[in-house]
Design a protein around this ligand. Structure first.
Ligand SMILES: [Zn+2]
Length: 104
């Protein structure tokens, strides 16, 4: 199950960007991958397209395997596991396993 969502802050726990934190900009549930702002940057060589862009090298965040990141709680600011809970009013929320606060 994927517990990370767009706009979450995550900590990278494996790979060349281990230890970096960033904001999730894209979640790809089928591939079990996420794109994190400023993490796993790759240089892409772009060809010129007339009237659209000039040729050059651009920096682009490449997708990471979901198992390489862990959610950072927005309440206690610690990397954490979340547990899904259903509230009395029926809302499904994620709960931080560290501080027991609702993350959503
Ligand atoms: Zn927490």
């Amino acid at each position: 199950m994927i517990s990370v969502r767009k706009n979450d802050t995550v900590l990278v726990i494996a790979g060349k960007d281990k230890g970096k934190r960033g904001t999730v900009t894209q979640v790809m549930p089928r591939e079990r991958r996420v794109v994190v702002e400023g993490v796993n940057i790759v240089k892409r060589h772009m060809k010129a397209q007339s009237g659209v862009r000039q040729a050059g090298i651009i920096d682009r965040a490449a997708p990471l395997n979901i198992s390489n990141v862990v959610l950072v709680c927005n309440k206690c600011n610690a990397p954490t596991q979340v547990k899904r809970t259903i509230l009395e009013d029926g809302r499904k929320v994620r709960v931080c396993q560290k501080c027991r606060e609702t993350v959503d």
